[in-house]
Write a protein that binds this ligand. Sequence first.
Ligand code: ATP
Length: 268
Amino acid sequence: MTDMGHIVIKNLRKEYIDRRHKRRSKDEPNECIGDCVLVLDNINLEFCEGEMVTILGPSGCGKSTLLRIIAGFDKPTAGSVVINGETLTGPSSDHIFVFQHNALLPWMTVQENVALGLRGMEDKEMMKEQIQEHIELVELEGFENHYPYQLSGGMQRRAELARALAVNPDTLFMDEPFTGLDFLAHMKMREEVVNMHEYFEKTILVVTHDIDDALIMGDRIVVLSGRPAHVKLSEKLDFPRPRSFVKNTELSKLRDEVYLMLGVNYAV
Ligand SMILES: Nc1ncnc2c1ncn2[C@@H]1O[C@H](COP(=O)(O)OP(=O)(O)OP(=O)(O)O)[C@@H](O)[C@H]1O
């Protein structure tokens, strides 16, 4: 493994201390000697610049923990995350999360929420243009002055995406981005994220429970095992887009394998 990839994760380990039964070694105060929860164990991964990586794994295995560590919001117990050759030490403004739920500030309009990503801009005319451009990109024109409660779940999610993209981050982190959307809104939003990715060519890391989303969206799929999570699969997905399980038998075969890997015998 080299350091040339955009994101390189080396020998990553994460333990949480169960605070109800916290015990420490007298000699090594930073060493947890009991009641630790080992969440991630010896994770080695490499993601290329501009890759959309989808991360799957059983519930509670540590997917969000892995994402938080790569984003610099949480520290690993051991190992490192190297981004563009530099070891990560904390969160950076080059990254941004699209939060799981309700990331929009409810007292601000769509326009004001998207503007949050551009606060530092001095040229106010250009800022206005960029806000509008991103609102149009996610097809929310006409809703600029609406508050989040006046939008459907899908529209809220699109506004979150516009806000995240307005920041122009190198890497976008999405933790279960389609949770709570109905089937059609889910499909449409998924298509939008794929189109957005082709257009902006950002590195996007998506944590999901949905095997089909992972295979339809990803340039690479990562499957983690149950806790403590280790990497079961990290595979490049070289399938043409738009992807179809019906039309592409190789993709359909891989889908069966991933279902099996996650303990489901028959993919439906
Ligand atoms: N701050 C914390 N302190 C202690 N334990 C934690 C903390 N955050 C997460 N955990 C534990 O780490 C494990 C992994 O949690 P995480 O949220 O990363 O899993 P996940 O795979 O994203 O779960 P899900 O698929 O259910 O969203 C869980 O057992 C959880 O209880």
